[in-house]
Design a protein around this ligand. Sequence first.
Ligand SMILES: [Zn+2]
Length: 115
Amino acid sequence: MKTDIVDRGEELDVAAPRCFCGKIARLQTSWTEANPLRRFHVCPNSSGLMQRRKKGCGFFVWVDVEFLPREKALVSWLLRRLKELEKDIGHRQARERKLMSWLILSWGIVMVLLF
Ligand SMILES: [Zn+2]
């Protein structure tokens, strides 16, 4: 499971508080196993959940309530399934490109033999 934190631009509808620096707090989404898809506000001077004590003013507040264990398990399963499907699509696209190359090559050979 991914443990990093990413920004998600489409979630800017949430009113952002100001951090202790007086700046508008940055909205981020947690992708950790403990808090999947849970949004939080953090000091814009910090670079992420793990570094928030080292950088910025330490401002951190959850936006969403914590998921129930059953919901966390469901989200984790959905994220794993999504990764599997994306990987499968990648394999199928590679196979499709290879088959298209063979099709073009075979048509080239047919044309050379016919004319
Ligand atoms: Zn701050």
